[in-house]
Write a protein that binds this ligand. Sequence first.
Ligand SMILES: *Cc1c(COP(=O)(O)O)cnc(C)c1O
Length: 365
Amino acid sequence: MSRPEPKPWIAQIHAYVPGKSKSASGKPLVKLSANENPLGSSPAALAALAEGHVAADYPDPDAQALREAIAEVHGLDPALVVCGTGSGELLHCAVQALAGPEDEVVMSRYSFSLYPLLAQKVGATPVFAAPEGYGASVDNLLAAVTARTRVVLLDNPNNPVGTFLPPAEVARLHAGLPPHVLLVVDEAYGEYIDPAHQSAAFALAKAHENVLVSRTFSKAYGLASERVGWVTGPAHLIDLVNRLRGAFNVSVSGQKAAIAALGDQTFVAEARDHNTRERARLAEAIAALGNHGISASPSEANFLLVHFEGEVTATAALEALAEAGYAVRHLPSQGLPNALRITIGTTPATTNVIATLRQLCGETA
Ligand SMILES: *Cc1c(COP(=O)(O)O)cnc(C)c1O
C-alpha cells in the first residue's frame, strides 16, 4: 500500500446527495427539492438568533435547557432525550452502537436516502424490504429480518414517498421483531401528521427496551440551517447514543433558536395547516392529470411523490419545472427514474407547479 487506503466498506459508499438549488445552466431556482419549510422560521426563533451570543464560548454540551423544553412540549422525561447535529447524527449513533460488519440493517425499499449510508458507514449491510405500493409494508419488513438483523429503520411518514403507517401498524411491526432488534421510528415529518397520532411512537418507546424515536427541527420548525434534532427512548439506548454523539454537538445558536421555536407552537400549527391545504390542492391537480399517466402517492408529509407513467416523462417535467424556476427532486439513484419528489412550497409556488404540469400535458386552460 503506497498511500492510506480506506476500510473496504468505506470505499463502497458515496457522499450524501442533497437536493439541488440550481438549474443545469447554473440559474438559481426556488428549492422544492429538500423539504424545507416554505414559511421560513418562527419569528420567535429568528429573534433569538438576532440576539447574538459569545462566539468564543462552547455551547452547553448537554443542551440541558433545550432537552427540558422538548420534554415539556411532548410530555417526556428530559433525561431520556438526547440532542444532535440534526437527527441525522443521532440515527448514525444508533446504528453505530448496534451494527457492524456481518450485521444487517433493514429498511423499506423506498426510504430516506441516508439510511443505506448509515449501514454502510459502520460496515453493515443495508437490506431493502419490498414495498407495498411504494410505501413501507410491515409484513415485508418483518420477512426481511434475519439472524443478522440488528436495526430496523422506519421513516414515518416515509421520505421520499410520503406514506404514513398508522400507530397500530407500527405496533404490529414492533411486536413482530425479536427483542434484541432495535426499531428506530424516524418522525422527521411528525409535526405534519394528524395530531391524534403524534404521540403514539413516544408511547411505544416508553413501553419497550428496543425503540428509539427521532424528531428534527429541520422541517416543520423551519430551522434546517441550525442543525438540531433529538431522539428519545429507554435509558440504556439513550446512554449509547449519548456516548457516541459529538461533544458540543448543538451550537449555541441552534439551542437558542430551537428553544424559542418550541415556544411558538402557533408557527408549527400554521406550517401544518399551510402544508395540508397546499398539498391537497397539488394532489387534486395531479389527480386531474391521471389521463396523462401522472399520479401522486398518498402523503402525510410536506411533499408529494409524483409518478410519470405516460407520454410526459419525469425528466421532461424536471426540465419544465426548472425552466419555470423550481428545483424538485428526481430520484433515479433510489430506483425511482419515473418519479419526482416535489416539496410543498408557498401558495404561488404550488400555483406555478400546477400550471407548469398542466401546460406540459397540453391542458392550458
Ligand atoms: C429531512 C429528514 C431528516 C432530518 O434530518 P436532519 O439531520 O435532522 O436535518 C431525517 N429523516 C428523514 C426521513 C428526513 O427526510
